[in-house]
Design a protein around this ligand. Structure first.
Ligand SMILES: [Zn+2]
Length: 392
């Protein structure tokens, strides 16, 4: 029998011993977010695991203690990036930024780690010498003849085998660090690829999104590491990767983008300066979730005999209703056909098509965030009840 999860031993960033990992938030056991279940019976029986958010007292990396066994990770079968229209424009914008920055250098040697189906590299000049390293992606191999591929994990042995040390002017890490263990060693290997003065780009999900409006339901077992600029700097300084600047992507504001340059290693001072007030607010919002306004509103409505539904069987919806089990939810409406007539793991709420709203009307509809309100109002014009936003 395979264990469902393992506990983080040392810091996943700087390898500091576990005694230096401080507990920030401990969430009730819940099913790992992911595929919906085909019956309520199955949904109710799904194993649950706790979620503990830790922070390293040396590098400040925020990380999850319970690491799901890769066997149970649903993101293993991620779709190719090019299937998402939002990502296409995101990477076009990124490639324009790179072209501007390196335009005077005609023969740029470029490596992307975590390159998926090569969406970013496709958009870069064909004169550039491009290499994609990605062993996880299930995407189709691209046909673009100007790109070379290595479908193996990045290790020192791989760097030696392909003789690619000191080869690249630019190395890009796109969404490659969310579940990395021993990131310090990974960064070291990646830095071997760069020539002196070469630039190292890191694009990662932004932790700020989660902190804004204390959206604790964005925490789940599919992402183990939450990098901030400060935690990256503590891990990269000793490797001689010096921070240069950051950019805010135009289309996808949920990620952050930082540039580092290869120079001489500097002795890293632990620059962790204590738990931020934002994190304390996130912790408090989670612990006081039963007293939050939307929960009180829903429970009061229920006492008056009103019925409550929710919209979107997303990951965060799964987390929210598993953490606040007292909410009596009739059903979750979802416009994606593949999700309809399934049940969310753990709480076992049925997912239905929007037609259900006419046949079995509800009085309240819960959505994740106030920013989604306008789009849902226009998508469900016939709903005359009250909209309740869980955050924002
Ligand atoms: Zn650390």
């Amino acid at each position: 029998m395979i264990d469902l999860y393992q506990k983080t031993r040392n810091c996943r960033g700087c390898s500091f011993p576990a005694t230096g990992l401080k507990e920030l938030i401990h969430m009730n056991p819940m099913p790992p977010v992911g595929p919906l279940n085909s019956s309520q019976e199955i949904a109710l029986k799904i194993p649950k695991i706790p979620l503990t958010l830790l922070q390293c007292q040396r590098c400040g990396l925020i990380q999850i203690q319970e690491i799901l066994n890769p066997h149970f990770q649903s993101s293993r079968h991620a779709l190719p990036s090019s299937q998402f229209a939002g990502l296409v424009s995101h990477y076009k914008e990124f490639s324009a930024l790179l072209c501007d920055r390196y335009e005077l250098n005609h023969n740029v040697h470029f490596i992307e780690i975590g390159s998926n189906d090569g969406l970013l590299m496709d958009a870069l000049p064909s004169l550039w010498n491009k290499l994609g390293i990605d062993f996880e992606s299930s995407g189709e191999l691209p046909t673009n003849p100007t790109i070379q591929w290595i479908r193996e994990p990045l290790t020192k042995a791989l760097v030696d085998k392909y003789q690619i040390d000191h080869w690249a002017h630019v190395v890009c890490l796109t969404n490659a660090l969310r579940n990395t263990e021993e990131a310090r060693h990974f960064f070291h290997t990646a830095s071997l690829l760069l020539i002196p003065g070469g630039e190292f780009w890191i694009e990662e999900p932004s932790f700020e999104r989660l902190l804004a409006n204390e959206q604790w339901d964005l925490l789940n077992h599919s992402q183990a590491n939450f990098w901030t600029l400060s935690s990256l700097q503590t891990c990269l300084d000793p490797l001689g990767l010096e921070y240069v600047e950051s950019f805010n992507p135009v289309h996808n504001t949920n990620v952050q983008r930082h540039v580092f340059r290869k120079g001489s290693p500097v002795l890293s001072e632990a620059n962790f300066d204590g738990i931020s007030p934002h994190l304390l607010r996130l912790k408090s919002a989670y612990e006081k979730r039963f007293d939050s306004l939307p929960v009180k509103k829903a429970l009061e409505a229920r006492q008056r005999g009103k019925k409550i539904g929710a919209v979107s069987a997303s990951r965060r919806t799964q987390v929210y209703f598993n953490q606040i089990q007292i909410l009596p939810i009739e059903y979750i409406i979802d416009e994606i056909p593949q999700r309809q007539n399934y049940w969310i793991p753990g709480k076992g709420i049925q997912v239905v098509s929007p037609d259900c709203l006419k046949k079995y009307p509800v009085d309240l509809l819960m959505i994740s965030h106030t920013s989604e309100l306008d789009q849902y109002r226009s998508r469900f014009p016939d709903f005359k009840g009250e909209w309740v936003c869980r955050f924002g």
